[in-house]
Design a protein around this ligand. Sequence first.
Ligand code: FAD
Length: 463
Amino acid sequence: MLRRATLAAAGTLAAGAGVNAIAPAILPPDRSFSPNPSYWARVLAPPGPALATDIAADVVVIGGGFTGLSSACYLGRALPGRRIVVLEAGACGNGASGRNGAMVLTLTEDRYLRQAEDAALERRLYELTADNIGVLQALCAELGMDCELEQRGALQVLDTDEQLRSARDFVERARTQGFPYELWDHERTAAAIGTRAYRGAVLDPRGGQVHPGKLVGLWKAAALRAGARIHENTPVAAIEEGEVHRIVTAGGQQVRAPVLVLATNAYTARLGYLRNAVAPVFDYVGITPVLSAAQRAAVGWQSGLPYNDSRTEVYYAGITRDGRIHLGGGPVDYRFNGDLREPACAAARHAALERELARLYPALAGVGFESAWSGAVDMSLDGSPAVGQMGRHRNIYYGIGYSGHGVNLSSVFGRIIADLATGQRGAWTWLPFLDRLPPYIPNEPLRWLGTQIGLAATRLIED
Ligand SMILES: Cc1cc2nc3c(=O)[nH]c(=O)nc-3n(C[C@H](O)[C@H](O)[C@H](O)COP(=O)(O)OP(=O)(O)OC[C@H]3O[C@@H](n4cnc5c(N)ncnc54)[C@H](O)[C@@H]3O)c2cc1C
């Protein structure tokens, strides 16, 4: 979760597209895939076999996160007997899917708990995304896997009295439009999450939380059961587009397939696609050890509900089933040229998150994180996602731009991608994100400059 103001300044610099080619000349592009050090990754299954020979497939999916694995699952179900192949650079869940803040949210980043311009459309999107959490629960039951998935609600906590006032108007109006949101006052919020730091909260009763590593495991198992082959430790180095694509891995193996799914999220520009649609922005998360019974009692997080706050550089928190608190968000970072190596300031960001944890829960001062990590968010300029079909032969499918709001939405997009690729396009023409390209983000060095200006302005406003 990262509000879109961050990149707004980059957009204002879009006129400078003429300097596009300069950046690669300044610095060679980063091609690394750092392993996922997150707490969630501890439950990931050992990676499957890397691709060792040239193969032909009916569909090749690049990326083994929620988008790629759910696309492969739905495609496998829709096309039994066809060869669906997933190529993942590291282990499945190596990207944002295995590193996130565990909130399972309705709607999209740009529409979440915001006044609807078109209430009927908004309701349809709300139902689609809220129902998808039920789809995840049904999949857990079908495969006999427990992902610690709960749909008991998610809170957006309000930092100021002004936000509380506008939330009151928002909730009143939204309820007349059929949304089930509730406004909670200061006392009720404090009793629910154990901190008195907030003026109140909006409850979305159909949101929830999950163990992200276990959710990766669920989608991986579902894709395999649907007949997909998954090759991990298989980075794709190049795509030669055609009626039949030629996909070349870093190891030199080739996959030929007439259908390609790009499920590479913040890494997509490296493959030469959607370069100006999203920018990779680093966000940070930490998790405590299991709290003792006394610590949990002192914290008093009675509801167990996850929450995010209403700052532009959002903070988000949750408590796991075994009693660990995780906290993420705050200041984010963009590295020049979309470099995806962890920024040098990561340790300072984690230390700041620990201070925020102690501010929210003074009883935890000195407890600190057992594990802390970073992950790249595929930030679009307007915070709105995109799903669709592109390429000279219209045989490349993509889902992107979740902007930090994709734990749930990514598998909705997996379903849509499968439908688009199997001729069910008609079911989705109502969707405002279909075949959309997010607003243009300029290339370097204007992208870096714009992002720094946007971040500085955001921090100035919030301080
Ligand atoms: C720190 C953080 C916190 C977040 N918190 C939340 C939250 O609380 N709630 C929420 O809804 N959303 C959250 N998100 C966003 C959410 O995690 C993502 O939107 C979602 O996981 C996107 O899934 P994906 O499959 O599209 O991308 P990813 O999970 O990033 O998957 C892309 C995969 O593609 C692989 N790949 C890339 N390039 C190649 C290549 N060339 N060859 C082969 N493989 C390649 C990568 O290794 C990666 O595994 C958060 C994100 C981050 C980073």
